[in-house]
Design a protein. Structure first.
Length: 337
């Protein structure tokens, strides 16, 4: 018998797209599921549109909050009332493939050692220049196995939130979603990975993800890049300290990389030196620390290396250089941007 799945779907001011989202869920081939729609204080016609779309479908449960309580409150409420063993996430402006729930739940049943499953993701761009979003989606779709997701977890959020299905009890045991000055989804992924939960992505494209100017990730302070980098630093510092690493070398002597790396110092990690390939920086002293030529890393007997260079193409080239020089990911270096 297939497991019961609960889809947690917070919505806020998505009148223009919610009917398509609900239709994509109503068409699921998986038989046993519920959709918990939490209307979180919408000020447009979202609630009326939801009721119009689902009024004759008992699989849909609609909860109306007149006041906006926020995404974390809505997510945790959904988790608390969900009847499913597995939780699928959706946002009110995205579309999912008809077999999404069936494929993801079947995978979790067949693979008890996996705690969370995502999928390939497509994107629906809005009125913005979507190149940055497209690059992120491309990157997401390259890293699908558990080892890659773990290895690159500090580069960026390694799974798209509305694409995931996870074992409810795992997340409940870790306290659900946390509310704070950080992206709640990325924080949960790092917490799950830190606790040993394995994540994978299916090869099928099961979600079309919409990029809109009104997306919370573009408008709310908790998703600002500084908040993301502070969150990463907290979990990266803990990982380093558990491995007995208290001093690192940072690849990237520029202003942006230094700012990212300095958050690690707030958690007790010492920066011993910087690495770069820019001839104008090599040989200089930055923040009281020397800047060495990263291409000579094997001659330098470096400390553990954390790369904070995140520009398109440069991150991959640095990784290739480190691997060519015989350094091993997680043993000798990590990418963090």
């Amino acid at each position: 018998m297939r497991p019961f799945v609960s889809v947690v779907l917070p919505v806020h001011n998505v009148q223009a797209h919610i009917s398509e989202t609900l239709d994509s869920l109503a068409r699921q081939t998986h038989a046993d599921f519920e959709v918990i729609v939490i209307n979180d204080g919408s000020e447009d016609g979202t609630l009326s549109e939801v009721h119009r779309c689902v009024r004759n479908d008992p699989r849909f449960v609609v909860v109306d909050w007149p006041d906006n309580r926020g995404i974390v409150a809505a997510l945790n409420y959904g988790l608390s009332v969900a009847r499913g063993e597995f939780i699928a996430r959706m946002d009110g402006d995205d579309l999912c493939h008809p077999q999404r729930l069936a494929l993801q739940s079947d995978f979790l049943i067949r693979n008890p050692g996996i705690g969370l499953v995502s999928s390939q993701v497509g994107f629906l761009s809005g009125a913005l220049d979507g190149r940055g979003f497209a690059r992120y989606v491309w990157w997401l779709n390259q890293n699908c196995d558990a080892a890659s997701i773990f290895r690159y977890r500090f580069v960026d959020a390694p799974v798209a939130h509305p694409s995931v299905m996870f074992r409810r009890q795992l997340v409940m045991d870790l306290g659900g979603y946390l509310d704070g000055p950080f992206p709640e989804d990325y924080e949960l992924w790092l917490r799950l990975l830190e606790s040993g939960v394995r994540m994978v992505k299916l090869p099928q494209l099961l979600l079309h993800w919409r990029d809109r100017p009104e997306r919370l990730t573009r408008t709310h302070a908790r998703y600002h890049i500084d908040q993301v980098n502070q969150l990463k630093a907290k979990y990266l510092a803990r990982w380093l300290q558990k491995r007995g690493v208290s001093r690192i070398w940072v690849w990237g002597a520029g202003k942006t990389s230094r700012k990212r790396a300095n958050y690690l110092c707030d958690h007790g990690i010492e920066i011993g030196a910087f690495l770069d390939i820019d001839g104008k920086k090599i040989g200089q002293t930055v923040q009281g620390r020397p800047v060495y030529d990263g291409r000579r890393i094997c001659d330098l007997k470096s400390e553990f290396v954390v790369s904070y260079v995140g520009s398109h193409g440069a991150r991959e080239e640095i990784e290739r250089l480190l691997l060519r020089e015989g350094l091993l990911p997680e043993q000798d270096f990590l990418l963090a941007a």
